[in-house]
Write a protein that binds this ligand. Structure first.
Ligand code: NAD
Length: 324
C-alpha cells in the first residue's frame, strides 16, 4: 500500500479529494494533515474511518519538526498540498496570515519534502493553486499557463508566492513538483462564507442576496469532483515541473449566479442587493485548459449549468433545514 500526504484535507476541496481517493483507491493510505482552522469541518469526512487506509493528524504545515516526524514515519509517494487561507474578503482585512500559511507553510513543506525525497523522480509534490494568480482578464481571452502572474489580493499574491517557492525547489533540489491552477469550485459542504453558500443561505431564509458592485464580474465554475479527478490525473500522468490549468468552460457573471439561486428558490429576481465593491475585485478569470485535456485526458464532465443548479437546490434544501 502506498502512502499519500494530503494537507488541508478537512477543508472543502481537500475533503472531497480524501473521500474520492478513499472510495476509489483501496491500495492507498491517506495521511491528512490539517490545523483545523475555522474553515475545517470533520463532518466532511463522515464515513472515512481512522485505520490502515486513513490517518488524521492535527497540525500546522508551518511546523517543520512535525513534518520531519511525519516523513520519518511514512514513506510518502505523493503530497497533495491544499492547506491554505482561502477567503479573499479576509485577505482584504488582513493579509499577513495568508502569507504565513500559503507562502511560509508551502516553503516549510517543500524543505521537508526535499530533505526526505531529494530528486526521486517517482514522487510528486502537487501544489493546488488558483486561477486568481493570473489577475484580471477583460471580456475576451483565456489564461494560458505561460502567462505572467499578476495577483490582485493578498490571497492570490500569497498563492503566487507559493508557486514561485515550488518552482525554486524544483530547480534547486530537483524536487518532482506539479502546480495546478483551478477556477471557482462548487459542490457539497463548502464553507458558509463563500459566494454560492452565502447566496443559498440567504435565499433559503428569504433575505436579499448581496452582490459586490455591479455583479458583472465573471467567474468560471467547476464541480469539485471534476477538480479532484483532474488532480488525480495530474498525479498519475503530469510531467514533473509542469503547471496545468484545470478549468471547465462554464463562465457566469455573479449576477447570473444570483439569478439562478433566486429562480431555484422560487423568489423574485428583484431580491438582489448591490453592495460596495470589494477593493481590487478582478473583473474576469477564464482558463485555457487544453494542456490538461491533451496531456492528462482531463474532461470536466460534471461542470455544466444543470450540475450547478443541482448543487444550488441541494444547498437551498440544506439551509432550509430539510434533507438535501
Ligand atoms: P478551505 O478554506 O475550505 O480549507 C482549507 C483547509 O486548510 C482547512 O481545513 C484548514 O483547516 C486547513 N489549513 C489552513 N491553514 C493550515 C495550516 N497552517 N496547516 C494545516 N492546515 C491548514 O479551502 P478550499 O476551498 O478547500 O481550497 C483548498 C485549496 O484549493 C487551497 O489551496 C485553495 O487556494 C485552492 N483553490 C480553491 C478554489 C475554490 O474555489 N475553493 C479554487 C482554486 C483553488
Amino acid at each position: 500500500m502506498e502512502s499519500w500526504l494530503v494537507t488541508g484535507g478537512a477543508g472543502f476541496i481537500g475533503a472531497a479529494f480524501v473521500r474520492m481517493v478513499h472510495a476509489s483507491r483501496p491500495d492507498v493510505r491517506l495521511v491528512n494533515l490539517d490545523l483545523m482552522t475555522y474553515a475545517a469541518d470533520l463532518r466532511r469526512l463522515d464515513g472515512v474511518e481512522e485505520g490502515p487506509r486513513y490517518r488524521f493528524v492535527r497540525g500546522d504545515v508551518c511546523d517543520r519538526a512535525l513534518l520531519d516526524a511525519l516523513f520519518a514515519q511514512e514513506d510518502f509517494r505523493y503530497i497533495i498540498h491544499f492547506a491554505a487561507q482561502t477567503h479573499v474578503d479576509r485577505a482584504v482585512r488582513s493579509g499577513a496570515e495568508f502569507f504565513r500559511t500559503n507562502a511560509y507553510g508551502t516553503q516549510t513543506l517543500l524543505d521537508a519534502a526535499a530533505g526526505a525525497w531529494g530528486s526521486d523522480a517517482g514522487r510528486r509534490f502537487l501544489l493546488v493553486s488558483t486561477d486568481e494568480v493570473y489577475g484580471a482578464l477583460g471580456i475576451s481571452g483565456r489564461f494560458r499557463e505561460e502567462d505572467p502572474v499578476r495577483p490582485s489580493s493578498a490571497y492570490s499574491a500569497s498563492k503566487a508566492a507559493a508557486e514561485l517557492a515550488v518552482r525554486a525547489a524544483a530547480r534547486t533540489h530537483g524536487l518532482p513538483t506539479l502546480i495546478t491552477r483551478c477556477c471557482n469550485n462548487f459542490g457539497p459542504l463548502q464553507h458558509d462564507e463563500k459566494l454560492l453558500p452565502t447566496l443559498c443561505r440567504r435565499a433559503a431564509a428569504g433575505l436579499a442576496l448581496p452582490l459586490y458592485g455591479s455583479g458583472e464580474q465573471v467567474r468560471e465554475w467547476v464541480h469539485v469532483d471534476d477538480h479532484c479527478r483532474g488532480l488525480l490525473l495530474c498525479l498519475e500522468k503530469g510531467k514533473a515541473g509542469a503547471c496545468y490549468n484545470l478549468g471547465s468552460g462554464l463562465e457566469l457573471d455573479n449576477l447570473s449566479v444570483a439569478r439562478l439561486v433566486l429562480e431555484e428558490a422560487g423568489l423574485p429576481q428583484t431580491r438582489i442587493e448591490h453592495v460596495a465593491d470589494r477593493p481590487g475585485h478582478d473583473f474576469r478569470y477564464a482558463l485555457d485548459f487544453s494542456r490538461a485535456a491533451a496531456e492528462l485526458g482531463y474532461r470536466p464532465a460534471s461542470s455544466d449549468e444543470d450540475s450547478l443548479r443541482r448543487e444550488i437546490r441541494r444547498a437551498l434544501a440544506l439551509y432550509a433545514g430539510r434533507r438535501p
